[in-house]
Design a protein around this ligand. Structure first.
Ligand SMILES: [Zn+2]
Length: 271
């Protein structure tokens, strides 16, 4: 093997004299070769120190495969990078979990579980907790929607719960039934308002007509201070107000009864 008087060509492993510039067999320029290796290693170290771990790993990979004499040193860094990557992934997953970004946390724990055998159990534990929490959150949100009267939202969420979580399906279905019972009441409210408006319009029509007749039903005859005569315009106007009151009241009530019938039909076909 080599002694102090020789150097071994890193490419073809030929022994050359110590002060030779090039390999006698493959012509490798030792100085250039060393400079390139050192530059590459320095670049890798720079990435590593700036915590750009992906870039650092790529550089160390290149160093390790192209320069066998420093491969073990490069591989040491690659191992450190892998450890750091693993730790940072785990910390990010924990961070997401603690800040309630559950979907994000679940993705990361799944990645951890598939990549790192030693962390699989712990990651799977967290995934279980996350699933439980997502389930609880969805059910709580549905109940909150129900309590605060957002029936459509509540129904949608309870259906999701019922489909995704068999153990909560009964409870969710119970709430869905409750929502179905509540819904027609909501329709009734708008029908009730229309009915109220119909009667209001009728009263307004009658009172308005009486007022118009009393105020404009007669007119003074010109030339006489006390003599009055019927005013045809006032009388006709009064009748117009009177009949619109009756007509619109009737129309609105008919619309209400049609709506009520439709609701009844829908209820009967649903069950
Ligand atoms: Zn050589």
């Amino acid at each position: 093997m080599s002694d102090d008087k020789t150097i071994v060509c890193p490419k073809c492993h030929t022994e050359c004299e110590q002060n030779s510039e090039e390999c006698i067999k493959c012509g490798l320029n030792f100085d250039k070769y060393n400079k390139r290796r050192n530059v590459l290693f320095k670049q890798a170290m720079n990435f590593f120190e700036k915590n750009q771990l992906d870039e650092a790993r790529q550089k160390f990979d290149t160093v390790s495969s192209e320069y066998p004499e420093v491969a073990s040193k490069a591989n040491e860094y690659i191992e450190r990078i892998n450890k750091l990557t693993k730790e940072s992934l785990y910390n990010n997953a924990l961070d997401s979990y603690e800040n309630n970004r559950l979907d994000d946390a679940k993705d990361k724990f799944q990645e951890i579980s598939s990549k790192y055998d030693d962390l699989t159990d712990s990651a799977k534990n967290y995934i279980k907790k996350i699933d439980q929490q997502k389930k609880d959150n969805l059910f709580k949100a549905a109940k909150r929607d129900l309590r605060e009267g957002r029936l459509l939202d509540a129904e949608y969420k309870f259906k999701k719960v019922s489909n995704a979580y068999p153990d909560l399906a009964d409870k969710a279905n119970m709430h869905i039934e409750e929502i179905k019972r509540k819904k027609p009441k909501n329709n009734f409210d708008s029908i009730g308002f229309l009915k109220f408006f119909a009667w209001l319009d009728l009263c307004g029509g009658i009172i308005g007509a009486i007022w118009i007749w009393s105020a404009m039903g007669t007119t003074k005859v010109s030339g006489y201070s006390t003599l009055t005569a019927a005013n045809p315009y006032g009388i006709v106007f009064g009748f117009a107000v009177f009949f619109q009151g009756i007509f619109l009241c009737a129309l609105f009530l008919v619309i209400c009864s049609i709506a009520e019938n439709l609701i009844e039909i829908r209820k009967n076909t649903q069950n």
